[in-house]
Design a binder for this molecule. Sequence first.
Ligand SMILES: [Zn+2]
Length: 380
Amino acid sequence: MATKYEQRLESLVNATIEEAIRVAEIPAPTFKEQERARYVEQRFAEIGGWDSLNRDRKGNVVAIRRGDPKRGRVLVAAHLDTVFPDSEVTIRRERGKLLGPSIGDNSLSVATVLAVGQALQDAAPRGIGDVLLAANVGEEGRGDLNGIRALCKNYAGQFDRVLAVEGLALDRVQLGAVGSLRYEIGVTTEGGHSWGAYGRPNAIQLLAGAIAALKPLLPKAGVEPKTTMNVGVIRGGRSVNTIAPEAVCEIDLRSDDPNSLATLDVAMKRTVRDAVPSDEGALTIRRIGRRPAGSIDRNNPLIGAVLRARRDSGLGAAQFNSGSTDANHATGLGIPATCVGVTTGGEAHTPREWIRTAPIKQGVPYVGRAVVNAARLPRI
Ligand SMILES: [Zn+2]
């Protein structure tokens, strides 16, 4: 028979879908999450009953409910930020679907964490340790996990395990943390008039040459361990009739395997250096992100807690995967951590992002059960 807590979670499913839409319609690009953070803080305040509720300087919102001091303490983190610019967002409804930027990644998760908070306060399940519910900043792109980093630092010693929530990850349970390295690569030259100073080195030409030289290093798709390289951003130049004095690109390297990542890292830097002769342009390679690779054992009690929650929510077998989520930072610190999801969908990080609404009926109770199961584990 469903407990009062589980019944409450089920009763909150429709409200969670509406909440996800409200959250998604508040723009929250990485480093500009304040408005969305304020909204979430206000929603936690309306739920009430917290032993502590606060929003830190970065914009992380944390609501804490203290529990049995002998039981496990769990930090639940749903990131607030999106990869989209600070412009108006409208979420569209179609049959069985919601469509629009950040609806799945990660507005639905933020709404789900609010629902879990509501159910915890209303039903007060017994025999659980402290629950720290966080809506955090800085998961995407240049944020480089700065929100979860701050949480792990500021609340160090106050939690034993971490559950990250990613809206689209219902079928997956994260065991591996994909390692990544991110760089900003810049070339600067003297520049000058495209006619009058013709012959001087051009920063765009030099950078483009370096990017082209990386092509043979691109790891093949479908090969294990999965390793990837992506030039995701390029910018530079002044005008069509100016010899470009600067050009910059941003590049992301990832792998399931720390050695493959390290090898690619060395090769990438060497290739770029060789492609930009120092007498032609000044090259800078600046690291802008690093997420450690790592993993949690399939037999870790936290994974057991999540799998019981799946079973009790009527979900099928999990696909164990490697991810690049807020769980990575905790994994890198040696804290048991994984990532759970709320529904399925696709096209994340594009304006065509969409989610299925039907699975949310199981997804919200699933996340709620996973939180309580994790908080029933022994304290570490
Ligand atoms: Zn996400």
